[in-house]
Design a protein around this ligand. Structure first.
Ligand code: BGP
Length: 490
């Protein structure tokens, strides 16, 4: 069996991590321009305007950004925010797409920056320059026969919507998102047919405080925020189908396979509940169009009272997704017992799995977990799946002759592709595989450049230096071969 013949091989990126040009051609600031990963690392500075209008700076320690009362974020040029420049895809897209084409990409996943189309987020009319940019990118992709796979929201809510309306916990955001999504579907009709509504929508509830505006442990706000995104996503699916019946629209879930750490039945139940809270909650609402039975238990656990209207329930029903897409990087362990060997890394906590190896950032290398996830999810939802992120963040060394020997990355991909193959052979309808950060870009979780994922090296460094020159790594030639052989030559 193996991969179907029209399988979509490709790579994935996000606007906020690669475009740069953060204030060019009318683009407005987004949350991700001032807080990489929502958690600012030590020695990084936040620039804000205090209640009297003064520009102030503060060096924050790792964790949630806590501004003084009455203050709001500002972006100043002299601040070192890696997302401001990204890898300057804005000006290099032709060169980058040419390299993707050389690898034989069938698809390329990218996102649209909301604040490039609607600089503040609440305008009536879109910014034409923003539309023009994306139209050019999509045309360039099509020139090489590469199918765009487009994420409408990838963490980058316009900053103004957070300052003025308080972000996604305000119902108003649904209306602004509706307008933005409509613009995407109408303006790019005929150029794009694969869409994802919200990237890793479950992040809000998995890692409270990440990529969004709520304070740590504010479950009321987090669940309400999510509810508004569910409704906005359902609206987008419905309108996307009305505007172009060719559109295929999916949800996007951060997929982490979790296992019970022991065979204590308490751990088995805890693990099941972990799946419900972190993974199934969002997938169930977006695929089945209604809240699952266990939702009540989750809300009650934190005394959450949601504002859900009758119309919301109708909208959720009418806007179920056509496909389930997800990112997969690692697995984790769940236990009710005391943890002896703790994993530490970005996005990772909990007990260490003694059977697995870990990356330099503490992410468990677990291809079997990908097979497990694919089979489990396909069985639950019975609709097409796409793996839209998977990859290894690693330190790369450039040799004197400019070559980069990243055999560790090749090994990572080989094993994960084998795992997908097994799941396909077991009946899973998997349509696409887009590796994360197919070209080096800024890390979402840490804001670093040195956590590299690409097949293409970008000469850009954490201190802001670098020529932005692109060069292929060994994995570039390897992936080309994989695509050519439709996943047979690994
Ligand atoms: C996912 C995000 C991506 C991406 C990836 C890798 O959570 O959808 O935006 O960045 O993780 O994470 P990191 O950049 O922290 O290594």
């Amino acid at each position: 069996m193996g991969f179907p013949k029209d399988f979509l091989w490709g790579g994935a990126t996000a606007a906020n991590q690669c475009e740069g040009a953060w204030n060019e051609d009318g683009r407005g600031p987004a949350l991700t321009d001032v807080t990489t990963g929502g958690s600012v690392k030590e020695s990084r500075q936040v620039t804000y305007i205090d209640k009297d209008g003064n520009h102030c700076r503060m060096v924050t320690s790792e964790g949630q950004v806590q501004l003084p009362e009455g203050a709001h974020f500002a972006c100043l040029d002299e601040c070192l925010y890696p997302n401001h420049d990204g890898i300057d895809f804005y000006h290099h897209y032709k060169e980058d797409i040419k390299m993707f084409a050389e690898m034989g990409y069938k698809t390329f996943r990218m996102s649209i920056s909301w604040s490039r189309l609607y600089p503040n987020g609440d305008e009536e009319q879109p910014n034409q320059k923003g539309i023009e940019f994306y139209r050019n990118v999509f045309k360039e992709l099509r020139k090489y026969g590469i199918e765009p796979l487009v994420t409408i929201w990838h963490f980058d809510t316009p900053l103004y919507l957070i300052e003025k309306y308080g972000g996604w916990s305000n119902r108003k955001l649904i209306e602004f998102f509706d307008r933005y999504a409509r613009t995407c579907f109408e303006e790019f009709k005929g150029l794009v047919k694969y869409w994802l509504t919200f990237n890793e929508i479950n992040n809000t509830i998995m890692g409270l405080g990440l990529f969004y505006e709520a304070k740590e442990e504010d479950y009321q706000r987090a669940y309400q925020h999510l509810h508004h995104q569910f409704v906005a996503s359902a609206h987008a699916v419905k309108m996307g189908h009305e505007i172009d019946p060719e559109n295929m629209i999916g949800c996007m879930i951060c997929g982490i396979t979790s296992y019970p750490a022991t065979c204590d039945p308490k751990d088995i139940i805890a693990n099941r509940h972990q799946w419900e809270k972190s993974i199934f909650y969002c997938g169930d609402v977006q695929c089945f169009g209604k809240y699952p039975t266990y939702a009540k238990r989750l809300w009650d656990e934190h005394q959450v009272k949601l504002d859900i209207t009758e119309q919301d329930l109708i909208d959720l029903k009418e806007g179920t997704v056509d496909m389930y897409t997800f990112s997969y990087y690692m697995s984790s362990l769940v236990t009710t017992h005391e943890i002896k060997d703790q994993v530490g890394g970005n996005f990772t906590t909990g007990a260490k799995n003694e059977y697995l190896k870990y990356s330099d950032w503490g992410w468990a290398f677990d291809p079997d977990g990908l097979q497990y996830y694919l089979e489990m999810i396909y069985d639950r939802y019975q609709r097409p799946l796409m793996v839209v992120e998977n990859g290894l963040g690693a330190f790369d060394t450039v040799e004197e002759d400019g070559s980069i020997h990243d055999s560790y990355r090749i090994d990572y991909y080989r094993d994960h592709i084998e795992a997908m193959k097994k799941a396909i052979d077991n009946g899973v309808d998997l349509r696409a595989y887009t590796t994360w950060g197919c070209i080096d870009l800024v890390s979402a979780g840490t804001g670093e450049m040195r956590k590299r994922y690409g097949f293409i090296y970008v000469d850009k460094h954490d201190d802001g230096t670098g020529t932005m020159k692109r060069s292929p790594k060994d994995s570039f030639y390897w992936y080309k071969k994989v695509i050519e052989s439709n996943g047979e030559d690994l």
